[in-house]
Design a protein around this ligand. Sequence first.
Ligand SMILES: NC(=O)c1ccc[n+]([C@@H]2O[C@H](COP(=O)([O-])OP(=O)(O)OC[C@H]3O[C@@H](n4cnc5c(N)ncnc54)[C@H](OP(=O)(O)O)[C@@H]3O)[C@@H](O)[C@H]2O)c1
Length: 237
Amino acid sequence: MTLKDQTVVILGGSSGIGLATARAALAEGARVTITGRSRERLEAARRALETDLRTVALDVTDEPGTRDFFASFDHVDHVFITAGVVSFDPKLAPATDAMRPALETRFLGALFAAKYAAPRMGAGGSITFMSGTAGTRPIPGAAVATASCAAIESFARALALDLAPIRVNTIQPGLVDTPFLEAFGDRRAAVIAEYSRRLPVKRPGRPEEIADGVIFLMKNGFVTGTTLTIDGGGLLT
Ligand SMILES: NC(=O)c1ccc[n+]([C@@H]2O[C@H](COP(=O)([O-])OP(=O)(O)OC[C@H]3O[C@@H](n4cnc5c(N)ncnc54)[C@H](OP(=O)(O)O)[C@@H]3O)[C@@H](O)[C@H]2O)c1
């Protein structure tokens, strides 16, 4: 039940929930590596974390890159794959290629990470995937992103059996105030206000509140095949 001296890898760790999880894991005494596509964002994260953690520029949809990345570790204890994309596809009108990233980033990113990390992991290790409450309640006009969330939760349950004793879980946040919400463009403030109004807690989540759940999933050796919802009660309303 400790992360002290454990090797924690966060794919998509340079911002938002991933960055908050990196901070929390470092506070627990873990050795942390974060990845993301943008070197500038990784450098900014390193400065924000005020520590000399390992940062690697890597796109989670790059299978050979992911294979080589995990080959650089002797052993990995915990992996969190948080990279994901939301895009809008009302009535599936956009070009098919424009709809691919929402599925490929979340699903193939998780598949590649699990495939190449698992051989370096042992009993007590964990893999945590990222979905969102869209996995349970669809986001109107974002069918592919919605499906990617449901798919990743199902994938985690299947891998919890196939990769055992490695534990595999999914974290399912509601709306969290991070740079991710820039996907809503100039509707960002209105989306936050509207969502907050109907929530029992009356505000969006903070990245630290989701990171807290991820750390729980890493540390608790009895939790596997689970989807942990942290949404301020959003699915109730
Ligand atoms: N914020 C919310 O309201 C909310 C709610 C439910 C679920 N989620 C999910 O939470 C996850 C993280 O969101 P966040 O709010 O923390 O967003 P964020 O602040 O934008 O952080 C996203 C992180 O993922 C990285 N990333 C994105 N695409 C990548 C790729 N193809 N390969 C490698 N890294 C990639 C980003 O770095 P680079 O851009 O440099 O690659 C960044 O480090 C997403 O999967 C999102 O769907 C968010």
